[in-house]
Design a protein around this ligand. Structure first.
Ligand code: HMG
Ligand code: MG
Length: 303
């Protein structure tokens, strides 16, 4: 049942950087994307077309997209919470848009200022417009393993949102542990329930690593045959509307696990470590990746 190949989406330039309080130069964001594609990433979540009042760090979305030297075969996706965001994404020639719903009402209100039902109605025209422009639509289902405001989130609540997102034509569903509280058994339950609704090729996991469970949760998903995951170089990340949540699972750690299992990713781990070292140096700290730090301690980073 274990996959032989896994597709990784590096969400570092978006999920990773959105949570940084210090201003990060657009050139650094672009350089990070260039380094990720040079390392073999074929899916990169580049930025967000959200309100700059809500997430100022993503306010240079158009400039980031315009500055990327696009590489053939790489898909650049962006977050779009509504039609205004979609218009920005279209103008920026994004390949794919990501809508983001929540399995918890409380989080939906805090993150996108509307109820789950309202969010679905906002996403409906985004999906239609994306398809009319031959763009794929991914959806994130936040708080699928727990909510920072509401606590427990039921498996049924997750499936209900998945169903509603599929009903409006969403192509791909990402199950997100926004605050990194999930453990393997529960992740399996949530994924098994989602697998009844979503084809395996269009289902992915997005695990923040707050409680150190992300790699175990990914392993649990692999055992179910799931073969697409989001990850963030250097373990960057967090959501400004989920206090205390740390970064996504580090892409370096996931690649090390997968290669150790004999699963192909198409990613050059050494170059990926360099990309993570580059952005970590910009941010003035060490990568939040055990694998990256182990490799870096054995050799000088090529910066
Ligand atoms: P709102 O204030 O309710 O929006 O925010 P509104 O429609 O009432 O508009 C208010 C103002 O915002 C207007 O401007 C709009 O033009 C502007 P004004 O007239 O006041 O000058 N506006 C926009 N500007 C730029 N781009 C847009 C846009 N939309 C409206 N797209 C809104 C609603 C959804 C916009 C806001 O709540 C928002 O931007 N939220 C985004 C929050 C966010 O980015 N969170 C982090 C990403 S999600 C995440 O990290 C989770 C994920 O990783 C998975 C996981 O881990 O769970 C994906
Ligand atoms: Mg996230």
């Amino acid at each position: 049942m274990m996959p032989t190949e896994v597709k990784l989406v590096d969400v570092g330039p978006r999920d990773g950087l959105q949570n940084e309080a210090q201003p990060i130069g657009t050139d650094h964001k672009i350089e990070l994307i260039h380094r990720l594609q040079a390392a073999g990433l074929r899916e990169i979540e580049a930025t967000s077309f959200v309100s700059p009042k809500w997430v100022p760090q993503m306010g240079d979305n158009g400039a980031v997209m315009a500055g990327i030297q696009r590489q053939a075969g790489v898909r650049y996706s962006v977050l779009t919470p509504n039609m205004k965001g979609f218009e920005g994404a279209l103008e920026a020639k994004a390949d794919e848009v990501v809508i983001f719903a929540a399995a918890s009402e409380a989080f939906s209100q805090r993150n996108i200022n509307c109820s789950i039902a309202e969010s679905i109605e906002r996403f409906r025209p985004v999906v239609e417009a994306a398809h009319a422009n031959q763009m794929k639509v991914r959806a994130a289902v936040s708080c699928a393993l727990g909510c920072p405001y509401q606590g427990e989130v039921s498996v049924d609540a997750v499936s209900d949102v998945v169903r509603r997102l599929l009903d409006i034509g969403t192509d791909h569903i990402g199950i997100a542990d926004t605050i990194g509280v999930g453990t393997a058994g529960r992740v399996k339950q949530v994924m098994e329930s989602a697998m009844k609704l979503v084809p395996l090729a269009e289902l992915s996991g997005h695990f923040h690593d707050t409680y150190g469970q992300a790699l175990t949760n990914i392993y649990a998903c692999l055992e179910l045959g799931i073969h697409t995951f989001d990850a963030s170089v250097a373990g960057l990340g967090g959501c400004p509307y989920a206090k205390g949540a740390t970064g996504n699972v580090a892409t370096e750690d996931v690649v090390y696990l997968l290669h150790g299992l004999g699963i192909q990713t198409g990613i050059d781990l050494d170059k990926l470590v360099d990309a993570g070292a580059y952005i970590s140096q910009v941010l003035g700290r060490k990568p939040a990746s055990r694998v990256a730090n182990a490799i870096l301690s054995k050799r000088p980073a090529i910066l």
